[in-house]
Structure formats: C-alpha cells, structure tokens
Design a protein. Structure first.
Lengths: 754, 160
C-alpha cells in the first residue's frame, strides 16, 4: 500500500463538523429521483411471472397467446438469456436466479417476463402465459434441509471443503473451518461448559424502496441502465457478461437509493429488463412490488448454530467451538463461512474452532444484510458468554473485558489485530450511566458485543477545480446515507476551503474507472482515501500554477488554508484557489486531480450495546425501553451521520430480535410477504437510541477513518436476549423472541420449577 | 376505461385522466408527475405515499385517482413556500432525520398534519402519530427530534 495513506495525527477544521448534506433539499422537496422515478421516452412497462411452487421442474412454457396480445412488445423466458457465464459459478447462480431455467427453486422464482405498452396490458399478458410444472418435494427449514433424507435441490451438489469428497449429493453445499489451538484441551481446563443450540429466522433488509430499473438496449448493441443499486460498476460488469454486451457500451447510472443494507448489491431484475428491451427494441421499466421484494429478493440466512464455550472460575474463556448452519437459498453462498469467521472475533482465545455449513433450501437466494452473517453468530456466542458469567458469579462486562481481543491478538479467523476498539467500547460501557440506572418491575438489562471486518477495495475518484474556485468531487460509490456530505468535508479539509465550496457527485459508469460497491462499510473509507489523494494531486497542480503566475520555482510555493503562499517572498500576497483557477486557461488548462487505488487496511470495527427491556409476563410482549450503542468509528467525519448508522443498525437488530421473520407454510409458500405481517419496528415501538462514538484511529487511513455502517446490527440480538433473560428469567435461544415464543419459554420454566 | 379528474393539487387546478381502477398514488406519480409521492408497498402499510386529501392524511395507494374529483390534494412538492422551506423540511435537514430519504416525503406530510392538530405533542404523541410511516434507516430517533424541534420553532413563529 502507498505509504501516503498512513494515518498522521492532525487537527481537523471541517472533518468532525455537522453540515447539512448536499443532496438534502432535493430529498425533503420530492425532487430526488429514485429507481422508479425516472422514465425514458417511449418506455414500455415490464412485469415478471413468478413460480407459485417452492420446487418444481418447468416442463413447458407457452408464451404464444401473450405474444399475440395487442400492445405486448416482448415476452422473455430463460431462452432469451442464454448461459454466457463461461464457468463463473457465482455468475451462473445470478443467471439462474434472474430467470428459472429447468427448475423453479422457490415460491416467487421468476419464470417469464413481458413488456407491454402499459400496466393493464402487461398484467393481461402475464395471465396468458401457460407454464406446465412438475412439482417436487421441497424443504425450507435449515436443519431439515441438512438431513440426509431431505429432498435434494441439486443432484450435482457434493459438499465442498470436506475430505474425502462425499459420494452422495446433499443440500450441504460447502463446509469451511477456522480457528487455532486445541478445543478439547480447552474444555478439559474449564470449570464450566455451556453447550446449546440457537436458531434465528430469516429476515429481510426491508429497504422501503422496492427494486426498480429502466433499461434501454439499442440495435447498435449499446445500452443504458438506470437503476437503484449499491454498485453500478458491478451491475454493469455482470449485466454485460450475462447479456453478451461490451462493458464499455453499457452505461449504468445509479439512481438515488431508497435503502439497500446489502440487498441492492445483487442483480435481481436488471438482466431481465435488458433482455426485454433488447427483444422489444424499446426502453423497458421494470419494478418489483413489495410482495416481489419479499418473495424474490435477498433475505438473510435462517440459521441453526450449535455452540460450546468453556470458562474457568477466574473468568478465562478456555475454549469456544461452534458449528454454524446457514441457509443460502437454492445456491451456494459464503454466509456460513462469514458466520464462522466472525463468531469469536471479539475475543482473545487460546482454543477456538468454528465450522460453517452452507445449506441449500427452497427459499429466495440469500444476499448480504448489513454485517452479513455476524448477528446470528454473535447471538449464540454473546448469549452463552452471559450465561457463563452468571455461572461463575461475575459481571458480564468484566468477563468480556478480561477476554477481549487487543492489539497483537491472533483473531479467531486468522489475522493478527492492529489497534482495535473492543476493549475501549467495553470500558466505556462499564462507565456509562446507562449501566447503573435503576430498573423497574419486569425489566431487565442486557449487553453484548459485535464485530465486523470492514472492507476497502477498488476505488477511483476525480476532483475538478472549477474556474470560480469551487470544487467538484466525482466518486463511484453510491451514497446510502450522507456519504456525499462526508466526502465533501474530507475534500474541504484537504484543500483548506469551506465545505460549501465542494460539491460531491456520483459519476455513472462512463465517468470513472471501476469502483467496487458501497458495501462492507467501504463507501466513506475507500472513497475518502481516494478523494484525499485526488485533492493532494490537485494541490500539486495548484502550486505549479501559482508558481507560474508568480514566476517562481514551485519549491518556493506552499499550500495553506486554501491558498498558495510564496515561501521565499513575503511581498507576494497569497493566491486563493479561486484566483488560481480563474487563470487556469492561461497557465496550462483545467486543474484537476485523479486517483485510482486499491484501498487496503479498512480497519476492523467493534461495538458494545446496552439494552433495557420490559417483558410482559402475561403476554410475552417485549418492549425496548432504553438502548445505548458504543462503537469505534476511527474518525467520525460527519458525527451526525455516524450516529445515524449506529441508530439504524441497532433498530434493524431490534426488529430481528423481536418481530421479524419469514414464515413459510407447509406448501413452501411465503405466508407474510408484506409489511403488515412482516413487521419492522415502527416509531412507537422504540425509545431514543443513545450513541457514544469512540475514535481509535485506523492506522491505514490518512485521517484514521474506519467504516461505521454495519457493526451496529451485530450485538442487538444477543443484547436483547440477555436483557430478556434478566427480566424474565428465561434464556431465549430462538430469534425472533416474539410474544408466543417468550410466553412458551416462561410457561415451560414455570412447569419445570413446579 | 379512462376517467377525467379535476382537482386542486398543491394549490393549482389540475385535470388529469386515469384508469378507473388506478390508484391516486399512480395517478399523481405517472399522470401529474409528482414523483415525491413514493411507493414503498402499495398496500397502505408503509406510509411512503402519504398525502393529504381535503386536509386528511391518507395513503394515496389506498385511494383511487377518480376519488380526487373536486377535492384538494397536498403533496410534499407543495410544502415549501417557494424557495422558503417549511420548518419541518429545515429541521429534517438540520437533524439528519433522513438517510436514504425515500420515506421522507411521507414523514413530512404526516408530521405536518400532526403539528397542525397538536402544536405541542409529547414524544409519545409524535411516535404514535408517525407509527404509520416506516423508516428503515434511522431508527426514528432523529426524526422524532426534528419534529420536536420544529414544533418549538413553529410555536414561537405563531407567538410573534
């Protein structure tokens, strides 16, 4: 990595302030354009036909009647999306998910699509498509799918990652192992061992904006795609590959995005929209209904986790072991692997072993959901650590502090940590007034920790110094919640100018080199690193121009507070960025700075959450009455938006812990594909969410920035479970802890005691 | 079958034609061009399409376009007074009460309706008044604070 990206201590002027975001006014006045808000001239309306069966062979699709309906301009099936994936198995899964080929693998799997002049015609056309199915036995439950007697989704699925390779196909697509030491010895050394199974149900990212795009493919082979996405460069690459188009000829523009949380990192309907447009030779708008979003776009995994942890009377955790089964939908994912990597990442353990098993089920294809896979693993680990602390009569925070990972610890997933925040977040929790506040009847307090890797990756940015001295920063990472404000602050800081002089825009795929997605909490980390480098290049150019204007050597020019200063000649008044830019035409043309880099060293992230709940012993209803998030941000560029990430992630975790779950019927159909029956937290469910930002600089970023977006969803499941346990005396091992589950646990405990 | 609808939208007399079974949400978005009316669910569960019909807060996805005949429609596009933002709009920006912003138009309309009925709501009253609007980004904390702050400023404005 470029040594220029290393952290150096500095006093900030812009970074750390809280200005209004540049895209704000558009968003409070209805001007901002999201996925479904854009229309192309002459566009058609697209609609998808989806399988009503959880598992069925498609024997025949007859589209002739639909094609003959006046106003229908194109009907596509998998035949219109030939397999061009050329051995790329991940891309093949995306293709098979976009449009079912031989088999439909879940309730909601797309089987055909139409494009017509208007919505009523498109709806009528869907009814004319005749699909003949042969229905197979299905499986939606994680443990049942892992059973050798389960119906097998793919006859060619032999578990990867085990020796010797199995000879029989199964739904266990892959196994991965992590850890070090000798867990057997560790358990022998323990004074107490707790072993339990934990289950979590499938949840959805629940972004309020359904997927939407407008695609246009013209006869010359060029195309445009307007789409709500977390990564338009990735979408372009994958769509071009799937459609057999030249990447340079497909221009993808990201709309404003109405929430993603990982769910908009994946192609769902975009290849189909392009295929429809290509066939109809007209632009096509294709959107999902809310029901489509639930049935056919990326929920998270449902899990079943066997866990065993041992502890000594002195508080030392001697060993941790976990087998984590994660559903990945009908195709292999890396979700159990991520669970196995993150499970024990908060702790400094001598003996640790985790095994992740990717389980195929007849449910929609799993995709990332904020710190994907970490919340479920943390639910199991953090619940058992609390229980063990109780067994040795110690405070759960103190036990965690004693075992917390620190700089130099070999993590449970391999790497050795640099400076990290788990210890400091725990110390801050111990001192927080929330920890010692009194509790009422039926109330309990819980806490838990969480970890996320964070990610850097490929980034490309461009800075233009405009002739009036204002500055445009163009980035290729989309803004999910204030990134344009943060990146403008960073550029203002580096150039020494006011925030108001900088405008950050998101370029389309024709403007910049490849940028990875806004995922892995990388958006602000990676794009700010690239923006700082771009600004530094622009400063070098500005100094050159000032030297020219003064007719001095560039070595005699310094840059300070947005001005060039002649260091050797105090008679020359400083030149402002506007003065230099105004003369750019005479000193060599436009002034700009450009950077492409691979942002390494994202800097791992830790959080500790504290939560108070009240459990109604008669109904089992649980209310969160106080909640505190403490997390390391490295450096909070725009603290209000950092708080927002903490609060939003915690709230999603609260929903996951208490309400949200996919409910499948015996017929394999999703029974609650709407916000009425899949209940995300509403305003009246919640208290204020308090936050405390810690700043332990990331040594690999010039300003010390770490990603902040994801970790906040990791601790809530366990924090709430621990609070429920303290409030009601029952240890909940199944999420969501809905009223019937809590009531059943309370009644069972009463029966056992009686 | 198309119907011709005459209504007052954000203070202007507007005529549009729409299908008889078309929702007011679709008509406002696709016939009138008011894209600030957002579709999050189409079933009245998320509040993103909230508008006011003769002053009453409604989900425009649960109203037919034809029902707007002779009635007054208010959307987020009509909330500011020219370039001067409504206090709620300003406070949403200052408090960062939006992250992605897709739910914001609906929240603003719901909050405006609340504050007109109840200029000094408690936190609990705000939370219940906004419970029909879903936000997945913020955890509602900053939205509630923005509405609280706006209420204070609007009250001061009335006293002057």
């Amino acid at each position: 990595m470029n040594k220029e990206t290393k952290f150096t201590e500095r006093t900030f002027k812009s970074v750390g302030t809280r200005p209004v975001r540049p895209d704000g006014v558009d968003k409070v006045t209805g001007r901002a354009r999201y996925g479904a808000d854009y229309d192309m001239p002459g566009q058609l309306i697209g609609l998808m036909l989806r399988s009503p069966h959880a598992h069925a062979t498609i024997k025949k699709i007859d589209t002739s009647a639909a094609e003959q309906l006046p106003g229908v301009k194109a009907v596509v099936t998998s035949k219109d999306l030939p397999d061009l994936t050329d051995g790329d198995t991940d891309l093949k899964c995306i293709l098979e998910n976009s449009m079912a080929r031989k088999k439909a693998f879940y309730d909601g799997h797309a089987v055909a699509a139409v494009a017509a002049v208007d919505m009523p015609t498109a709806k009528a056309a869907l009814k004319l498509i005749n699909v003949e199915y042969k229905i197979h036995k299905h499986v939606t439950d994680v443990d049942k799918a892992a059973d050798p007697k389960a119906p097998v989704l793919h006859k060619d699925c032999f578990t990867k990652g085990v020796e010797p390779a199995p000879v029989k196909p199964s739904n266990i697509a892959a196994s991965s192992e992590f850890g070090h030491g000798d867990v057997g010895k560790g358990f022998d050394d323990a004074d107490f061992v707790v072993e339990r199974n934990f289950r979590t149900e499938q949840t959805h990212q629940g972004y309020i904006e359904p997927h939407a795009c407008v695609a246009s493919v013209s006869p010359d082979g060029s195309g445009e795609l307007w789409v709500c996405t977390q990564g338009h460069f990735v979408f372009r690459q994958q769509c071009a590959q799937l459609l057999g188009m030249d990447m340079a000829k497909l221009r993808v523009t990201s709309s404003e995005i109405g929430g993603g949380f990982g769910g908009k990192t994946h192609l769902w309907l975009e290849p189909v929209a392009l295929a429809l447009s290509r066939k109809a030779n007209l632009p096509v708008k294709l959107t999902m209904t809310r029901e489509d979003v639930f049935r056919a776009s990326g929920p998270t995994s449902a899990t079943s986790i066997d866990i065993k942890i041992g502890i000594k009377n002195d508080g030392t955790i001697t060993a941790g072991e976990a087998t984590l089964r994660y559903t990945s939908g009908p195709w292999k994912g890396s979700w159990a692997m991520l669970g196995a990597m993150t499970a024990f990442a908060c702790y400094d353990l001598e003996n640790v072993k985790t095994t992740g098993l990717e389980i195929l089920v007849n449910r929609p294809k799993t995709t990332a959901y904020r710190a994907p896979s970490a919340p479920m693993a943390a639910f199991a680990v953090e619940s058992v650590i609390d229980e063990l602390a109780g067994k040795i009569g110690r405070d759960p925070v103190a036990v965690r502090i004693q075992n917390a990972a620190k700089e130099g610890t070999q993590s449970s997933y391999g790497p050795v940590y640099g400076p990290i925040g788990i210890g400091p977040t725990l110390e801050a929790a111990a001192k927080h007034p929330h920890m010692s506040a009194p509790l009422g009847e039926n109330q309990g307090r819980g806490m838990a920790c969480g970890f996320w890797f964070n990610f850097g990756g490929q980034s490309c940015t461009h800075i233009n110094i405009d002739i009036d001295g204002t500055v445009t920063l163009t980035v290729g990472t989309i803004d999910v919640g204030g990134a344009r404000a943060s990146l403008s602050l960073v550029v203002a800081e580096e150039l020494g100018i006011n925030y108001e002089q900088v405008k950050t825009v998101i370029g389309d795929t024709g403007n910049l080199g490849y940028n990875e997605m806004t995922d892995g909490s990388r958006g602000t980390f990676a794009s700010s690193m690239s923006a700082i480098m771009s600004a530094r290049k622009a400063i070098e150019e500005l100094k050159q121009r000032a030297a020219m204007m003064w007719d001095v050597s560039v070595d005699e020019v310094s840059w300070e507070d947005g001005h060039a200063r002649a260091t050797g000649n105090s008679n020359l008044p400083p030149l402002s960025i506007a003065e230099i830019a105004a003369g750019a035409g005479k000193t060599g043309g436009p002034i700009a700075g450009h950077t492409e880099l691979n942002a390494d060293g994202a800097g791992v992230s830790f959080a500790t959450h504290i939560c108070d709940v009240e459990v109604d012993p008669e109904t089992g209803l649980t209310r969160v009455i106080r909640y505190t998030v403490i997390q390391d941000a490295g450096k909070a560029v725009h603290p209000t938006y950092v708080e927002g990430q903490f609060q939003g992630g915690a709230t999603q975790g609260i929903g996951w812990a208490l309400n949200e779950e996919y409910i499948y019927g015996d017929d394999g159909r999703l029974q609650n594909p709407g916000f009425l029956d899949y209940r995300i937290p509403v305003c009246s469910d919640l208290p204020m969410i308090d936050t405390q930002i810690l700043e332990i600089p990331n040594p690999n970023h010039p300003y010390g920035i770490r990603g902040v977006g994801e970790t906040s969803i990791v601790p809530p499941l366990a924090a709430i479970a621990n609070a429920v346990s303290n409030a009601s005396g029952v240890r909940m091992t199944h999420v969501p802890m809905s009223p019937p589950r809590i009531l059943a646990a309370i009644e069972e405990a009463e029966t056992t005691t009686a | 079958m198309s119907v011709l609808v005459n209504s007052t939208i954000n203070g202007d007399n507007v005529s549009f034609s729409c299908d008889a079974d078309e929702t007011l949400m679709d008509a406002l978005r696709n016939r009138v061009g008011l894209k600030g009316v957002k579709e999050g669910c189409g079933t009245g569960d998320c509040g993103a399409c909230s508008i006011r019909l003769d002053g009453a807060l409604v989900c425009s996805c649960l109203v037919l376009g034809a029902e707007a005949e002779g009635r007054t429609v208010e959307t987020v596009e009509g909330m500011s007074n020219g370039a001067e933002l409504h206090v709620l709009q300003t406070k949403f920006l200052e408090h960062a009460a939006l992250q992605c912003g897709i739910c914001t138009p609906g929240f603003l309309i719901a909050a405006q309706t609340l504050l007109e009925k109840n200029p000094s709501p408690t936190e609990t009253e705000i939370r219940y008044a906004l419970a029909g609007n879903l936000c997945r980004c913020t955890g509602y904390d900053k939205i509630v604070r923005a509405v609280q702050d706006a209420a204070v400023v609007m009250k001061k404005g009335r006293k002057k």
